[in-house]
Design a protein around this ligand. Sequence first.
Ligand SMILES: [Fe+2]
Ligand SMILES: [Fe+2]
Length: 215
Amino acid sequence: MRCAVDPTLTHRSCLIHPLSGGSSRRLTDVWDLGSAEGSEVRQANERGLMAKISQPRELFTAKLASIYYVERELADKVLPELLEEIDNAQLKQGITGHLAQTRGHVANLEQAFAILDEEPDMEKSAAFDGLTKDHNQLVKKIDVQPLEDIVHAGAAAKTEHFEIATYEGMINLAESLGETEIIHLLEENLDQERDALEQVKMVGRQLVSMQHATV
Ligand SMILES: [Fe+2]
Ligand SMILES: [Fe+2]
């Protein structure tokens, strides 16, 4: 499922894009962001309407749509919500800084779409959604704030690992396609993900040792 994005709207118009060429075909009407989205994706899969990928360039475009979904979710929803739950000042400062960087990641990906002469579109990432769901489930079980911050730091580290692996794979693919400009954009994102991972790991270690000192 690909969703053509209009940042001025609160909802998206989802289209099936035949990746091997031809015109786009509207699958559904416009719907609001939220739980309805998942059911629409399932319906598309059930009907066997998902376009098949047969070329490296098509694979790259699919990966771009997936990481664009991830970065948009992080920038628009996941990181702002996480910031409201964090108590530790250092962790909050780190996540605040990375939220600003993440907005830049979104812009870089939109530039990559433009280089490919495509409209930005999103494809849901089940892996990312799973990480978020896991995190929310664990947080619900935590009873004291210092432990909750350790969980937040761990979730942030997992997300950075996920983004790093994604960008590394995409850069390999972009190299094979000779997309030099896009490689630079992805490398900028990757470098910031790596820095964010090191920072959140360091804060996570400090939170754990502070917790040890109190028991
Ligand atoms: Fe990112
Ligand atoms: Fe990140």
